[in-house]
Design a protein around this ligand. Structure first.
Ligand code: DGL
Length: 268
């Protein structure tokens, strides 16, 4: 038993896809969430800058004595494959989203043709492709950087029939649809907020993998195995680095009224 909170961070609201799943799987766990909304997007920045931001995010969560940190951000997860952002942080238990998402995609695919979308930094790193190929060398991967999706999500262009988002999704996903993928890794945690649009563009035959949700499932398993779950609690504290009001609006739109969370602005 361990009553310390779980720490979760992302550049913005994308990591809420992870938090939502965590709350469902582990309703009694305390969670501290950080969305670095003042500096979103991370995905168009250099690896050095992303690593520096991530270290600050980790240091912030450390103040809350977290028992585990979930990097609910595909971009930071792609950087941490090669840059030791946790080194010297004192955090022993952590996970990114790449490996849990890749495992889920490999289990889901039937034809071995997998699409990967992500931020420019994530796709440039090639981390999803190499992780997929490490499991099955013969898997065919079709990847594409989709820089417009994060601003669309952060600005609320998320309804299934949104004309702007649909047009952009058609352009980004055209090749994958032609290549007959049967599984799509929505490789940035913001993207599952657009899953209705993706489903329309790609059709029902394509399984959509949410990296944040997969990371939450992985964390739940890991904490369970280590006997580090907590039987009581369930408080949720959300921090952002820019406007509290804007963040609260986005949180309410995404999580609905189901989660009673305290929202505060913080500095890193
Ligand atoms: N949600 C993040 C990701 O999974 C970050 C997107 C961004 O800030 O560019 O990549």
């Amino acid at each position: 038993m361990n009553s310390q909170p779980i720490g979760v961070f992302d550049s913005g609201i994308g990591g809420l896809t992870c938090l939502k799943e965590l709350k469902e799987l582990l309703p009694n766990e305390d969670i501290v969430y950080l969305g670095d909304t003042a500096r979103v997007p991370y995905g168009t920045k250099s690896r050095e800058t992303i690593a520096e931001y991530a270290r600050q995010d980790i240091a912030f969560l450390k103040r809350y004595d977290v028992k585990m940190i979930l990097v609910a951000c595909g971009t930071v997860s792609s950087v941490m494959e090669t840059v030791p952002i946790f080194e010297g942080s004192g955090v022993e238990l952590y996970s990114g989203v790449i490996s849990p998402a890749v495992k889920a995609a490999c289990e889901a695919t039937k034809n071995g043709r997998i699409g990967v979308i992500g931020t420019p930094a994530t796709i440039r790193s090639g981390c999803y492709t190499s992780a997929l190929k490490a499991i099955h060398t013969d898997i065919q991967v079709f990847s594409r950087a989709c820089p417009m999706f994060v601003p669309l999500v952060e600005n609320g262009y998320t309804d299934d029939d949104n004309k702007v988002t649909t047009l952009i999704a058609q352009e980004y996903l055209e090749e994958m649809a032609r290549e007959n993928i049967d599984t799509l890794i929505m490789g940035c945690t913001h993207y599952p907020l657009l899953k209705g649009v993706f489903a329309k563009v790609l059709g029902d035959g394509v399984t959509l993998i949410s990296p944040g949700a997969e990371a939450a499932r992985y964390a739940a398993r890991m904490l369970g195995e280590k006997d580090m779950l907590c039987g009581s609690g369930g408080a949720c504290r959300l921090y952002c680095t820019d406007s509290e009001e804007l963040f609260a609006e986005n949180v309410a739109a995404f999580l609905g009224s189901g989660i009673n969370a305290e929202i505060k602005k913080c500095s890193l």
